[in-house]
Design a binder for this molecule. Structure first.
Ligand code: CMC
Length: 437
């Protein structure tokens, strides 16, 4: 922990092992905001015991200056800037710059960065062949895991992870190439041609062009859709030490290459308790179908014996409204108005939210809509199919992962991630020969 982050005079926490009477005084650190932590590093050595914290509910796994989630207040900061201000004034690529380099770019820096991202969007032609190896009905997230991991085989220069220039180039490549991989995964599932990226288009426009254009006719990107994509990428860009960010730190702590590490995070994000929730929300709303079935599904969500949960509700850190959900709900209204359409699932989603907010079960547990609750409605309206929703999340989150990875590598406290366990298996016993069993 750096000196600035420790409080002065030195604060400590004392742990007493009541079974032996031994005690240890541990340093307490305070960050710039958020809860303090005490450093248990010396505890195992002095007391011979470890901590036990499944799901890391009470454990800070690292120090980080990238994003702050203030759960009780429902606040999210990227490098200190509130998400609402960035959503209103900034663009996704500006936010990528902010997350990677630590400060907002000036005009010249942003132009240079945008140029670099724009000129790294092409995939190696050899990588095109990888798509053909997947079954026609493969989930696009399965293709993402495979093709992103396969980038390692094309950029051998990126294996030198201790070189900051190499890490920067890998970051630019990943931000640039993910939309191409994602769109081609979709086009492959449709048996359609793979459109090449176009340098005159913005990041969001280019993704839509690769998703929906045909070589046979001109394609005009809808500016409302492009703006919405940019804002969705921006609101998903980073979110503290969530499961996929923790995955990249753990994978990267072994000094594996960045593409292999990002591929591991893509796999983690896919789960319905994490980024897969946006897809699950739409499937759930479709299953609910009409307002008269809300009671039934709310009752199921509250039943401890039923594994059903309301998808898009609840968060490990937010026990208040997820600020990203507020931004996305507003965007949802704007996109539906611009498309002059009325999605009955949006109406149903708002009715569900209203009911949940009046229900003591959800209020008591601080369960509010999260980032995934309304994003799918926007994506549906734009024409993005449901199985691509988590892929869109992946494109937005890639910058967060690689910024976390870069921060980990440059932190002199980093060592290979290697948790302990509470062993509950059999105590040592002797082998019994097969004939005697
Ligand atoms: N529906 C019904 N009950 C819920 C829900 C839900 N969506 N979420 C939490 N609860 C209940 C849970 O049963 C528990 O009740 P009790 O105290 O009686 O045991 C209590 O609320 C606390 O839940 P928890 O499981 O301890 O909370 P967690 O921090 O482990 O889980 C979560 C957080 C996001 C995995 C969970 O809220 C959930 O499964 N939500 C639905 C899936 C979802 O929307 N995921 C996207 C998360 S945001 C985007 C991202 O980070 O990827």
């Amino acid at each position: 922990m750096s000196k600035e982050q420790t409080s002065s005079p030195r604060e400590t926490v004392t742990i007493i092992d009541n079974s032996t009477g031994k005690q240890v005084e541990l340093p307490l650190y305070r960050g710039t905001e958020g809860p303090a932590v005490f450093d248990i590093g010396g505890m195992a050595k002095q007391l011979g015991i470890y901590t036990y914290d499944p799901g890391f509910r009470s454990t800070a796994s690292c120090q980080s200056a990238i994003s702050l989630i203030d759960g009780p207040a429902g606040r999210l900061l990227y490098r200190g800037y509130p998400i609402e201000q960035l959503a209103e004034h900034s663009s996704f690529l500006e936010v990528c710059y902010l997350l990677w380099y630590g400060s907002l770019p000036n005009q010249q820096e942003l132009e240079k960065f945008t140029y670099s991202i724009t000129h790294h969007t092409l995939l190696h032609e050899g990588l095109r062949e990888f798509f053909q190896g997947f079954r026609y009905d493969a989930h696009p997230m399965a293709i993402m895991v495979g093709v992103v991991g396969a980038l390692s085989a094309f950029y051998h220069d990126s294996l030198d992870i201790h070189n900051p220039k190499v890490r920067e180039l890998s970051a630019h490549r990943l931000i640039a190439k993910l939309p191409t991989i994602a769109a081609w995964a979709y086009r492959y599932s449709k048996g359609e041609p793979f459109p090449y990226p176009r340098n005159e288009l913005s990041y969001g426009e280019n993704f839509l062009h690769m998703m929906f254009s045909y070589p046979t006719e001109p394609y005009k990107v809808n500016p409302v859709a492009a703006k919405a994509m940019d804002l969705l990428f921006l609101t998903h860009a980073d979110h503290g030490q969530n499961a996929s960010a923790s995955t990249i730190r753990l994978a990267g702590s072994s000094q594996a290459n960045p593409y292999a590490c990002v591929s591991a995070s893509v796999g983690t994000l896919w789960g319905p308790a994490h980024g897969g929730a946006n897809e699950a929300v739409i499937r759930m709303l479709e299953e609910i179908g009409s307002p008269d079935r809300l009671d039934y599904f709310i009752a199921r969500a509250k039943d401890r014996d039923d594994p059903f949960r309301l998808m898009g509700f609840g968060h490990r850190v937010y026990k208040n409204y997820d600020p990203r959900a507020k931004i996305i709900k507003k965007l949802c209204d704007e996109v539906l108005a611009a498309y002059e359409t009325d999605d009955p699932l949006f109406t149903l989603a708002k009715q569900l939210e209203e009911r949940v907010q009046q229900d003591e079960y959800f209020v008591k547990r601080g369960l509010y809509p999260n980032v995934d609750f309304y994003s799918g409605i926007i994506l549906r309206t734009i024409g993005i199919p449901t199985n691509m929703f988590t892929v869109v999340f992946t494109i937005g989150r890639a910058i967060g992962w690689i910024a976390q990875w870069n921060e980990m590598i440059t932190d002199n406290q980093t060592s290979i991630g290697r948790p302990r366990q509470l062993y509950t298996g059999p105590a040592q016993r002797d082998y019994i020969p097969l004939a005697d069993r």
